[in-house]
Design a protein around this ligand. Structure first.
Ligand code: W6P
Length: 384
């Protein structure tokens, strides 16, 4: 067990985002363990404090469970660090952390759906409740990605010794791979599935950049599942069987500063009223209640779940950004912007210093009280 005070002490420090080049150079298990022992408690404590400050979270069992798991991991990492654990012991601690947090995102979606109902019951409008929860989740899950990356990087040093980042990650190759997977999934549901074309614009040596490939693959696969589905549905519903299926056209363009991907589908575009909602964790178009025990992501091609908001977070984490541009009755461009610079840092939420915030609030209240007293004295003086 750890006291709230210990958590707060670590939460009063800001996480230290790493530069991409530091991640690439993280090759020594000993050194990496040392770095994790100081950084991991800070990152975990900030998330615990962040979750604890979420209005009404105490009434949501799934959120309490998520917090209990964070506290457990925090306690174990702090204990391992303070007791000078051996490399092997520490690796086991981190393995246990990784395992414990495997289904956290699911817990969060279940917990926040419950929270939404409570907030609405307490008088908030649905839009207000959803906006607040989406903002919370964007920051909370972004920080989770950073923790996951450090843990995966560290553990990978024991199995493959080169880490999870690739200094020469090739977006074109990953786009082709994601295209093949998305088409295979779609072929189970649709008769006519679009081709995926990839072309590159730029100098030969600008094809690659340093990146964690699994994150880029996640983003591309999520985008392509949506594009393939849109085109396949559009073809099934609006065209004759013999008509050609419009291909999905991916353009990768780069120079020494950035790599930009345009994934263009002719799926008919995204209805205007959905354009903001696709970025929400709360508007899944999937039918039926979200259930806690359905850990898998239902049918892989099902309507918007958390895949798009998560993809945008991964893009932010790797120092990029993601935008959807819809053209009504025509199609959708998904633009993914990536920066090549290896001094770019992990994308990370900045935290309010929770303790300092409390002091500040007290000071503000104090100030307000004094101001009022002064005003009263003045009124009194004028009247007198
Ligand atoms: C659509 C809907 C969508 C979401 C995300 C990416 C691409 C697309 N295309 O029609």
């Amino acid at each position: 067990r750890v006291s709230e005070e210990v958590v707060n002490r670590y939460a009063s420090r800001q996480p230290n985002p790493l530069r991409m080049e530091e991640v690439l150079q993280m090759k020594d298990p000993e050194e990496t363990a040392k770095m994790l022992m100081t950084e991991m408690p800070v990152r975990l404590a900030n998330r615990i404090a962040h979750l604890s400050h979420l209005d009404m979270m105490e009434s949501c069992p799934a959120l309490l469970c998520a917090r209990a798991r964070l506290v457990r991991s925090f306690a174990e990492v702090v204990r391992a660090a303070d007791s000078g654990a051996s490399l092997e012991e520490f690796a086991n601690t981190i393995r246990a952390v990784k395992e414990r947090h495997k289904h956290q995102v699911k817990r969060l979606t279940v917990g926040t759906h419950h929270l939404k109902r409570l907030l609405i019951q307490s008088g908030k409008s649905a839009d207000e409740a959803i906006e607040g929860i989406d903002q919370f989740l964007d920051r909370f899950v972004l920080s989770r990605i950073g923790i996951e990356m450090l843990n995966s990087q560290y553990l990978s040093l024991f199995t493959q010794s080169r880490g999870i980042a690739d200094p020469n990650c090739d977006p074109c190759a990953l786009a082709r791979k994601a295209g093949a997977i998305a088409r295979k999934i779609a072929a189970e549901e649709f008769e006519a599935v679009p081709e995926v074309q990839v072309s590159f614009f730029g100098k030969r040596d600008a094809r690659t950049l340093p990146l964690v490939p699994s994150y880029l693959l996640y983003i591309l696969l999520e985008l392509l599942k949506n594009s393939v589905r849109a085109v396949a549905e559009n073809h099934r519903d609006n065209k004759s069987k013999e008509a050609p299926v419009d291909p999905i056209v991916i353009r990768v363009a780069s120079d020494e500063a950035q790599v930009v991907l345009d994934i263009f589908d002719r799926g008919g575009g995204i209805p205007f009223e959905l354009q903001q909602k696709v970025w929400s964790y709360m508007y899944s178009t999937r039918r039926g209640p979200v259930s806690a025990d359905r850990e898998d992501e239902a049918t892989p091609l099902a309507g918007f779940g958390v895949g798009l908001p998560l993809s945008r977070l991964y893009a932010e984490y790797i120092g990029g950004s993601l935008q959807l541009i819809s053209m009504p009755n025509f199609g959708t461009h998904a633009f993914l912007f990536l920066e090549r610079c290896s001094t770019r840092k992990e994308g990370m939420p900045t935290y309010v210093n929770w303790l300092r915030k409390r002091h500040l609030l007290e000071e503000l209240v104090e100030l307000e009280v004094r101001k009022r007293a002064a005003a009263e004295i003045e009124d009194y003086a004028e009247a007198g």
